[in-house]
Design a protein around this ligand. Structure first.
Ligand SMILES: [Zn+2]
Length: 402
């Protein structure tokens, strides 16, 4: 038995007035996904446990069957795995954004979506100026980087910079969650200020400012954690091998800890311009040898964050025609049955441009199994599916330990 999960990041939504109170999934033309909903069984899945914000890291860990409260150690630790950086016992990792500050306020969390080349130069400069035996910076993709320190205390209250555009940065600096973490909080806040002094007039930023681009004039460390202790999917389920395909470091990092091979696809951008055909082909190729493939497509989430309804509909139609169709057409001809699951990790409603905790619609199509009565795929149709409302790890248990 083989399995593929096709995850359309953030593709669930709320009814939108300009669409006649329908959701993007209800309006999008997606005959292939609808066909699989009709052939399979459907339901809703709660991916965000009590007490957690609806981040992609939390939601994807839940989809993959992990108890987030037990295993989650911050974004930095997960992304580190994708970047090939090992977190040793006694070390703390944090996501380290390059952000733009203007008039002492956070203008944006991405330094105007700074390019990899510019960002890498700045992060390496910070490493040279601020790095030490106990503190290291590692360049990642665009504004998303990694900070690792020896001996840090993770009991910190940090603010995700994408949640607070327009806020004075001094109001949302790092606080200690326990008295023991005060030294770490002080150290990191001092580091933010030192980065600002170093970055403000760096040639990369002067050049960006000259052409009207946002400066990357501060670091912003958040989401602290230690080395994650995650069992692999191969240890937990009856699987011999698996792969993950994603443009996003966070998802690839989760895949590494989950014991999946990371398959890189040229032209995978995480946007609607991504190499859909390449990702579909990579998934098909992986399924020839692996038992399990996690295929993550980021584009719908980005469209949701931009509040672009038409683009979000287009990303769903691309997922349908350029991912789901070629995969379904190919694996339908194989002797060995492939079980297909389709779902998002969380909704990213265009109206609010950020994630919510609402349950997401899912399909599990098991060739040969009697389907339920659901004929199409969307947030409301799935409610009537035979799985009902599942929570966290129940999804993987139903998918694999059937
Ligand atoms: Zn997501």
């Amino acid at each position: 038995m083989k399995y593929i999960i096709i995850l359309g990041d953030g593709m669930a939504d709320e009814p939108i007035a300009s669409l006649g109170n329908k959701t993007c999934l209800q309006v999008a033309n997606k005959p292939n996904i609808d066909k699989i909903a009709a052939l399979g069984r459907n339901g809703l899945l709660n991916t965000i446990p009590e007490g957690f914000a609806p981040g992609s890291e939390i939601a994807n860990l839940s989809v993959l069957g992990y108890d987030v409260a037990k295993v989650f150690e911050g974004r930095g630790s997960l992304e580190a795995a994708s970047m090939g950086v090992v977190i040793e016992p006694g070390e703390m990792a944090m996501r380290c954004n390059l952000i733009c500050i203007e008039d002492k306020k956070i203008k944006n969390h991405s330094a105007g979506h700074i390019s990899n080349e510019e960002a890498t130069e700045l992060i390496l400069f910070l490493q040279q100026q601020l790095g030490s035996d106990v503190l290291n910076f590692y360049p990642g993709v665009s504004y998303r980087h990694l900070l690792k320190m020896k001996g840090g205390n993770k009991n910190l209250i940090c603010t995700a910079p994408h949640d607070v555009p327009g806020t004075a940065f001094a109001d949302v600096m790092i606080q200690s969650g326990t008295p023991e973490a005060q030294t770490t909080a002080n150290f990191l806040n001092d580091l933010i200020l030192r980065s600002q002094a170093l970055l403000e007039n760096h040639p990369v930023n002067l050049k960006r400012a000259a052409v009207g681009k946002d400066k990357a004039n501060s670091i912003w460390p958040w989401s602290p954690g230690y080395k994650p202790e995650m069992k692999t999917l191969l240890e937990t389920y009856t699987l011999n091998s698996g792969s993950v395909i994603s443009a996003v470091d966070l998802i690839k990092g989760i895949g590494v800890y989950a014991g999946l091979k990371v398959i890189e696809v040229e032209g995978a951008t995480g946007l609607y311009t991504t190499n859909y055909e390449g990702k579909a082909q990579a998934a098909i190729d992986a399924l020839r040898t692996d038992d399990f493939v996690y295929l993550h497509i980021e584009a719908s989430d980005e469209a949701g964050h931009e509040g672009d309804v038409n683009l979000k509909i287009k990303t769903i139609e691309y997922l349908d025609a350029r991912i789901v169709k070629p995969i379904f057409d190919e694996i339908s001809t194989w002797d060995e049955p492939v079980i297909i699951a389709i779902l998002p990790d969380h909704p990213t409603p265009c109206a609010i441009k950020t994630h919510t905790k609402s349950p997401v619609p899912f399909i599990i199509y098991r060739p040969g199994e009697k389907p339920d009565d659901v004929m199409i795929y969307d947030e409301f149709a799935a409610e009537k599916g035979s799985y009902g409302l599942l929570k966290g790890a129940e999804f993987m248990k139903n998918l694999i330990n059937h």
